[in-house]
Design a protein around this ligand. Structure first.
Ligand SMILES: [Zn+2]
Length: 133
């Protein structure tokens, strides 16, 4: 282990960053300057790469799942909208039928009332023409 001009007395170091010196063919810590094992650095790089790869793999899987869920939800929503539309048409047909029937009932009631009035008037006429007392 060589002493480094970067090394500060009493500074704790966990070597988070390093410098690859291609001329001297060694790797040293960019904080404290300690020469590091190239194999250890390579293992660390591989571990970080593996972690990133694992994250990417999981994220891609989750993304694909989300795309699939969104597609399914859109299909379900289209089905529901179509169903709502059909129910709306049914409701409108029922309302139109009710209005038509209300009209027919109103007309029939008026005609019935007129007929009843006519009968009463005729009965009154008959009563006055042929008094029973
Ligand atoms: Zn260091």
């Amino acid at each position: 282990m060589t002493s480094s001009p970067l090394k500060l007395e009493g500074t704790p170091c966990k070597h988070p960053t390093y410098v690859i010196d291609a001329d001297d063919r060694h790797i040293h810590c960019s904080t404290c300057g300690e020469v590091l094992s190239a194999f250890d650095v390579l293992c660390e790089v591989a571990r970080e790469y593996g972690q990133q790869d694992g994250f990417l793999g999981k994220a891609r899987g989750e993304l694909a799942h989300l795309y699939h869920q969104i597609d399914e939800q859109q299909v379900a929503l289209r089905r529901i909208r179509k169903s709502v539309n059909n129910e709306d048409k049914k409701l409108n047909r029922l309302i139109a039928r009710r209005k038509a029937l209300e009209g027919e009932v109103g007309k029939a009631e008026r005609e019935h009332a007129e007929d009843t009035l006519q009968l009463k008037l005729e009965a009154f006429d008959a009563g006055s023409r042929y008094p029973t007392t």
